[in-house]
Write a protein that binds this ligand. Structure first.
Ligand code: ARG
Length: 449
């Protein structure tokens, strides 16, 4: 006979929640005794037993049994083996439905802490790198075409802002995860005089859920974590893409440390940016997990449905992927070297200054549209003649507009960035301020949630 029982088993992944499960059970046992629902000595025995179980799990002695399906049953069975039938009192006034909701919320709180810490370390890494190359110019791009010179630090600080918003999203998600669902029972509440406020205090929740039916079937907090994680991975993937492009021979902007590149098995010259590529690739699975959970949830009538057991693997994989990627980026940025000569040279490349030359004409009274047309014709001329703007004589310039004078030669990449001296602009003084503010912000905000 075929054995189908494996289909419902979750122990191989939900065992990850054992610490949260045991912490929740200890608080529950305490509450039951305090409310006179179970005898105080029984609660003592149960708590001692739960701690022993935790010890066994931590030391690896615990034997997980798939025939008991999930972690709750495994832990309860072992507890009862250790302390006898009194262990059976633990599940009074509780259901696995509010129990798993609690475990997941406790776990989510912890991983948000780790995630925010990882993001902040990465932000610090960006600031360090930006400071290491403060003042270095590079070409800024639109349409992946060289557009205008910018400071390398300005480019990096753009990512700082993205990660800052990510931190805010995770913090926001924390607030909604930080609500105690225990005490909701299977769906309708429990027929015992429980004290949910006490439970909340024991487990560090500032609030309790307001509706038992919602509490056992709500997984919004997982969706929020996974949406924030997807957006964050999208940011990391964009940065990965830049790292891949920048480290190519064609660009030659950066060199990654050996630790973050691999050689090819047949092409000895290769330094492949595998870590950045994998980060870009792993973004796909994180999006996938978000889609999966949205899809799992969309057809569920209230309240708990077993479909919800499928919420975990994707979520855990999202957490692992995101935390690992944040760590990799921290290391990758620390070991990254900028080819200053190359980026500076390209930043000063003549077409990059076309906008500034148009602005220069505007400064001499030419309407912008007309100035733009003049520069368009000048650039076309240079392209067909194979010449560069800086080598044109004043006479050459004046053939395109009588408004040109010797001032055109003062327009350099540095002058161009320096002129962009408005809030959010790339002028060196603005970027220096932005760097200072970024550091201050990291210090002021701390890891608090
Ligand atoms: N393993 C289950 C889950 O992860 C726990 C809740 C089970 N509840 C139930 N009524 N079968 O969702």
């Amino acid at each position: 006979m075929t054995d189908y029982s494996n289909y419902t088993v979750s122990i191989h992944y939900d065992r990850r929640l054992y610490r949260q499960d045991i912490a929740g059970s200890i608080a529950h046992a305490r509450m039951l005794a305090r409310q006179g629902i179970i005898p105080a000595e029984d609660a003592e025995t149960i708590i001692g037993g739960l701690k022993a179980v935790e010890g066994e799990i931590e030391s690896g002695e615990f034997s997980w049994d798939a025939s008991l399906e999930d972690l709750h049953m495994n832990i309860e069975r072992r507890l009862t083996q250790l302390v006898g039938p009194v262990g059976g009192r633990l599940h009074t006034g509780r259901s696995r439905n509010d129990q798993i909701a609690l475990d997941l919320r406790l776990y989510t709180r912890e991983v948000i802490r780790d995630t925010v810490r990882g993001l902040r370390e990465l932000q610090l890494g960006l600031v360090d790198l930006a400071e290491r190359y403060a003042g270095v110019l590079m070409p800024g791009y639109t349409h992946l075409q060289r557009a205008q010179p910018v400071l390398f630090a300005h480019h990096l600080l753009a990512y700082f802002q993205m990660f800052r918003r990510d931190v805010a999203r995770f913090r926001d998600c924390y607030r909604r995860a930080d609500v105690l669902p225990l005490g909701s029972g299977a769906l309708a509440g429990v027929p015992y005089p429980t004290d949910r406020e006490f439970l909340a205090k024991e487990l560090g929740f500032p609030a309790i859920t307001a509706n038992s039916m919602d509490a056992v079937s709500d997984r919004d907090f997982l969706l929020e974590y996974q949406s924030a994680a997807s957006i964050c991975m999208m940011h990391l993937s964009r940065l990965s893409e830049e790292i891949v492009i920048w480290s190519s021979r064609e660009f030659g902007f950066i060199r990654l440390s050996d630790e973050f590149t691999t050689g090819s098995s047949i092409m000895p010259q290769k330094r492949n940016p595998d870590f950045a590529e994998l980060a870009r690739g792993k973004t796909g699975r994180v999006y996938g997990h978000l889609m999966a959970l949205l899809t799992i949830m969309k057809g569920l009538p209230l309240t708990y449905n077993r479909d919800l057991q499928e919420d975990k693997e994707g979520f855990f994989d999202t957490v692992d992927t995101l935390l690992a990627t944040l760590g990799v980026f921290r290391g990758m940025l620390a070991g990254l070297t900028l080819n200053e000569e190359q980026v500076t040279r390209l930043a000063g490349e003549s077409y990059m200054l076309a906008t500034d030359l148009a602005d220069y004409l505007v400064g001499r009274g030419v309407p912008f549209r007309e100035a733009h047309g003049i520069m368009r014709r000048l650039c076309d001329y240079c392209e067909t003649e194979g010449r560069e703007l800086p080598e044109l004589s004043l006479e050459d310039y004046r053939r395109f507009s009588a408004h040109f004078d010797a001032g055109v030669y003062e327009i350099t990449a540095l002058a161009a960035v320096t002129a962009r001296d408005n809030p959010g602009g790339t002028a060196p003084n603005r970027v220096a301020d932005a760097l200072g503010q970024a550091r201050q912000l990291l210090e002021a905000e701390g890891d608090d949630l």
